[in-house]
Design a protein around this ligand. Structure first.
Ligand code: NI
Length: 181
């Protein structure tokens, strides 16, 4: 196995829509292994293929029960509303309080090409939504309300200029510090 470097905010690959996977072959299995290693190396709980520069619709995750991969995932149902902190390996160190549905029904395929469906809530449901967004070229910042999004973008701009943004960041996050995804 080998590790990728994680693409970060500003890399155009993170804004593109990934393509469906049409075949599970040896190279896809190796990609999944390498993504899992990259996720662990970054201490993340989830990682989508575009985050390592690969435009395929798949992601890996581990919320404490071992690594899993989902190919061609879609969220077929969602319900509720949950405000929770969220972090992204591609926007390191920035925790944002974001509202999303609290329960989702994910459908996709495993590495044997078998269809899988998973009902998830709380953090796992959040990971699924965040990763599917990555496959559509959507970053968590775009899930913020307008004024909060402006503040988050300002944090990223100021950071790039080497400024201390901790006071501004404190206004953007809820309590808690989930793993980045
Ligand atoms: Ni992310």
């Amino acid at each position: 196995m080998s590790s990728y470097s994680v693409r970060v905010y500003g890399d155009p690959v993170l804004k593109q829509i990934a393509r469906e996977v049409d075949e599970v072959d040896g190279s896809l299995v190796r990609l999944v292994d390498d993504m899992v290693e990259t996720m662990y190396g970054s201490e993340g709980a989830g990682l989508a293929a575009p985050q390592v520069g690969v435009q395929k619709r798949l992601f890996v995750y581990d919320v404490g029960e071992g690594p899993e991969a989902v190919i061609n995932p879609t969220i077929v149902e969602s319900e509720g509303e949950w405000y929770h902190d969220e972090g992204c390996l591609s926007i390191p160190g920035l925790r944002l309080g974001i509202v999303r549905p609290d329960r989702v029904h994910l459908r996709g395929y495993d590495l044997d090409g078998e269809e899988i469906t998973i009902e998830a809530d709380e953090f796992l449901g959040r990971v699924f939504q965040h990763e599917v967004d990555h496959l559509d070229g959507v970053l968590m910042i775009e899930r913020l309300e307008d004024d909060m999004r402006k503040q988050a973008l300002r944090v990223l701009r100021d950071r790039a200029l080497g400024m201390d943004t901790s006071a501004m960041e404190a206004k953007l996050v809820s309590a808690g510090s989930e793993q980045e995804v």
